[in-house]
Design a protein. Structure first.
Length: 426
């Protein structure tokens, strides 16, 4: 267990260092935009990026979870698995971009925002390339290499964004900066992964693709629904026809809520990376000893609960001061404080979800996240126009509580079965 904790800590640290740099870059760009451009510009930027984020996981489709699980068991097939995964992701990203463009043609976004979305969709492709490499880094516990590629892309993005903003160019050029940074990250990740796979080539193996897609289907659909639940509220906030008594401008509302959510997202970095690091160990424990998996699950859970309460307290009581760092965004403080109450739930749901996947019960997950996404969308469409963007914060908290309770309900009988088997053995 001690050696595992060392490896988990090392890989989590690599991710945290990388995320510290990328988060600092994101924070700096946010500050540059909010202090040098208008609130409406920030609202436009949030709307563009949240729309594209809705489609990221179509090209991702949860394939890393399946490939990582297989690589932990079959290390000798690393080159074969990567080339097939890489090729499949390229095809999926092209399909995703066409789907996103088709949906965009039916929305009421302004032509300026549509232009920004079209440019930003390039990142669907570059992210697909990077995520393919991450599957290898994760399986080999080499998150330091993923960190190097991620940090390089973030630095390029920040430098370009700074140059574009001080040159008083439009917010669209900040989107361009993210695209260029994504290209750098993707190219560097391919160079680094080649040292482990020996070769990078296209492998259009349709039977293997079919097998991978079918195996990852529950995870892929789950992650897509999860992404919808996480980003659809920002689109509703921008497109809503607000009650006249609220005196809300759509772009300002999107800017206020987008800032609150951006700050909130900084707080959920730790659980995502922590679970990424422990996933290979969950797989190992599942193969060797289910009782050990259950024991470690509760140890990991306790660590996440403690961390979540510390973050909740910090953000809730400092929320008003935090948003003022970005300028005159005081209305975002209330939304941020409400969002901070959901940290304990956001910290635990990744652990529960990936434990369920480890135990081979991922087919149940799409129902959980699909229902949650539907509830989230319906609630936002109904409540946001009447009560404003603060309602979106409350709906986010409610949605995550719903997901957590359902995941607990799924995991409880699985652990009960392990306990029963343990008693029978004794």
């Amino acid at each position: 267990m001690f050696r595992d904790l060392i490896k988990i800590s090392t890989n989590t640290l690599s991710q945290l260092v990388a995320k510290s740099v990328t988060t600092t870059s994101t924070l700096a760009i946010t500050l540059l935009v909010t202090h040098n451009l208008s609130k409406s510009d920030w609202g436009v930027f949030v709307t563009i990026t949240s729309y594209v984020a809705l489609f990221y996981l179509i090209s991702d489709f949860g394939l890393n979870g399946i490939v990582t699980r297989e690589l932990v068991k079959n290390e000798e097939k690393i080159s074969e698995y990567f080339n097939r995964l890489f090729s499949l992701r390229i095809v999926l990203s092209v399909i995703t971009i066409f789907v996103a463009l088709a949906v965009l043609s039916f929305t009421n976004h302004s032509n300026f925002i549509k232009l920004g979305i079209i440019i930003s969709l390039t990142t669907v492709f570059t992210l697909a390339v990077f995520n393919s490499a991450v599957a290898i880094f994760q399986a080999n516990l080499r998150y330091d290499q993923a960190a190097l590629a991620d940090v390089s892309g973030a630095i390029i993005t920040l430098v370009l964004a700074y140059l574009f903003i001080i040159s008083q160019l439009s917010i669209i050029f900040v989107v361009v900066a993210y695209v260029v940074g994504g290209v750098v990250r993707a190219c560097l990740s391919l160079i680094l992964v080649r040292s482990q796979t020996k070769q990078v080539r296209l492998d259009f193996d349709l039977p293997s693709w079919r097998q991978m897609i079918l195996a990852s289907l529950p995870i892929g659909v789950t992650l897509i629904f999860s992404q919808v639940a996480a980003n659809i509220d920002k689109q509703v906030v921008y497109l809503a026809n607000y009650d006249s008594s609220l005196s809300l401008n759509n772009e300002l509302a999107a800017g206020y809520y987008g800032l609150a959510y951006r700050v909130f997202e900084f707080g959920i970095i730790l659980p995502a990376f922590f679970v990424n690091s422990i996933y290979p160990f969950l797989i190992r424990d599942q193969v060797k000893d289910l009782r050990l998996l259950r024991e470690n699950f509760f140890k990991y859970g306790k660590l996440l609960v403690v961390a979540s309460f510390l973050v909740t307290l910090a953000v809730f009581f400092l929320g008003s001061k935090i948003v003022l760092i970005f300028g005159d965004f005081a209305p975002a403080a209330e939304a941020l404080k409400i969002l901070s109450l959901s940290y304990p739930f956001f910290y635990l749901t990744p652990l529960l979800m990936w434990t369920i996947i480890t135990l081979g019960r991922e087919k149940l997950l799409p129902f959980v996240y699909g229902f949650a996404a539907l509830v989230n969308l319906a609630a936002n469409i109904y409540f946001v126009p009447k009560f404003g963007f603060v309602a979106a914060s409350l709906i986010t908290v409610f949605t995550e509580i719903l997901i957590l309770l359902w995941l607990f309900a799924l995991l409880k009988p699985l652990f009960a079965q392990i306990s029963q088997e343990e008693n029978e053995d004794n």
